[in-house]
Unconditional design. Structure first.
Length: 74
């Protein structure tokens, strides 16, 4: 069974985001409340990008948590 503590998926300050790891982001576009992006992102030396396409994000990240991808294979 795949179990992970709820604490390991708590939202964390954006300044503590790891480099070159897929994470879930809450972002703001300046027009309303922060919202969660549906796909993983990563912080690179050049800035925040979409993990899937590598394109720069056009929103401002405000907090992060580990990405909940697929469970590990058995």
């Amino acid at each position: 069974m795949w179990t992970v503590s709820a604490e390991s998926y708590s939202w964390r300050p954006i300044a503590s985001a790891p480099l070159d790891e897929d994470v879930s982001l809450q972002v703001t576009d300046g027009r309303g409340k922060p919202y969660t992006l549906p796909n993983p992102s990563r912080l690179t030396a050049a800035g925040w990008v979409s993990s899937g396409k590598g394109t720069p994000l056009e929103v401002t990240p405000v907090r992060w948590r580990p990405y909940r991808g697929s469970p590990p294979p058995r």
